[in-house]
Design a protein around this ligand. Structure first.
Ligand SMILES: Nc1nc2c(c(=O)[nH]1)N[C@H]1C(S)=C(S)[C@@H](COP(=O)(O)O)O[C@H]1N2
Ligand SMILES: [Mo]
Length: 210
């Protein structure tokens, strides 16, 4: 029997789950604060900070939706210990954004910004990973408002808080800076396979001073 994205057979085959996680059926909604209302004429996706050309790059909603579409099959690991397995995320790979709006050579980290000032910081390498994707769809359906419509980030190899819902932009940075949850007690790197849940677990060099 080959691998399957079906959760039943996955449970049976006991394929790896990050330590301390349990399989969640369905798809719960988890976030801080209210669900933002999408305003199409005011929405833009903005890349700013230390870009290669020094300019900011923006896409209106219909422009963003016209960017090359790709899919990534990935699990979602919430730091509160549930994992949603085998989702197919569709949208614009982070790599595509890096190609269309390249960072300057000195950029080491990005801050991904969402509605209401929510943010999460990532190392450039994590952002540039093949599987990091700005998802507009899950399992061929458009995201619902509570799951991040119109765009959410998915970083499959990190805890799910590293993937903001309702993304509005990316800031290129030449030094690391903590995002919303990273300032509030969560690990700066957030690798579920290393169980990097909380900032008190950080080793020297894994995050900026708190
Ligand atoms: N804007 C925003 N995005 C967010 C969060 C948040 O609080 N605000 N929470 C994160 C966390 S902790 C998780 S587990 C996932 C949950 O995504 P879901 O509600 O679609 O399952 O969204 C992430 N993205
Ligand atoms: Mo989470």
């Amino acid at each position: 029997m080959g691998p399957s994205k079906d959760t039943e057979s996955r449970e049976g085959d006991a394929l790896p789950l990050p330590p301390g996680q349990r399989i969640q059926r369905g798809w719960p909604v988890t976030h801080y604060g209210p669900v933002p209302r999408f305003k199409p004429d005011r929405w833009e996706f903005r890349v700013f900070g230390t870009t290669a050309d020094g300019d900011k790059h923006t896409w209106r909603h219909e422009e963003f939706c016209a960017l090359p579409y790709a899919t990534v099959v990935a699990d979602l690991h919430c730091v509160t210990k549930y994992s949603v397995l085998g989702a197919e995320w569709g949208g614009v790979p982070a790599r595509t954004i890096l190609e269309l709006a390249p960072p300057a050579p000195g950029v080491t980290h990005v801050m991904v910004w969402a509605e209401y000032g929510f943010s999460s910081n990532l190392r450039l390498a994590d952002f540039a990973a093949d599987t990091t994707i700005f998802a507009t769809h899950k399992d061929d359906e458009m995201l619902t408002a509570e799951h991040g419509f119109p765009v959410r980030l998915v970083v499959p190899h990190l805890y799910a808080w590293k993937g903001p819902k309702w993304v509005r932009g990316v800031e290129y940075m030449t030094a690391d800076r903590r995002g919303f949850w990273e300032e509030r007690g969560y690990h700066n790197l957030g690798d579920p396979w290393r169980e990097q849940r909380y900032s008190y677990q950080e080793n020297p060099g894994e995050g900026p001073e708190l």
